[in-house]
Design a protein around this ligand. Structure first.
Ligand SMILES: [Zn+2]
Length: 85
């Protein structure tokens, strides 16, 4: 079984299968997350073309916090509202 970190060529994030499931994904920002969160925010848009995080057996049903949360987000300058992706 593959246990060394892999980088998704589509999503540009590293996945470390030997890490805790809740933090085996590391985004380029340094944020750690689960495969499910990665899928909810990134991989579902990659449509499986070369993405290494599309195996349903490794994913759970995304929750609201998997789609929306602490990052990524767009912060506008000044008094403009914050927009969370
Ligand atoms: Zn991916």
């Amino acid at each position: 079984m593959e246990s060394s970190p892999q980088v998704c060529p589509i999503c540009q994030v590293s996945i470390n299968p030997s890490a805790d499931p809740a933090e085996e994904v590391r985004f380029s920002s340094g944020m750690q997350a689960s495969r499910t969160k990665l899928w909810a925010r990134v991989c579902q848009f990659a449509k499986g073309e070369g993405c290494i995080n599309t195996d349903p057996s490794l994913l759970s049903t995304p929750t609201k916090t998997d789609f929306f949360g602490e990052a990524p987000s767009i912060e506008m300058d000044g008094d403009s509202p914050k927009v969370n992706i």
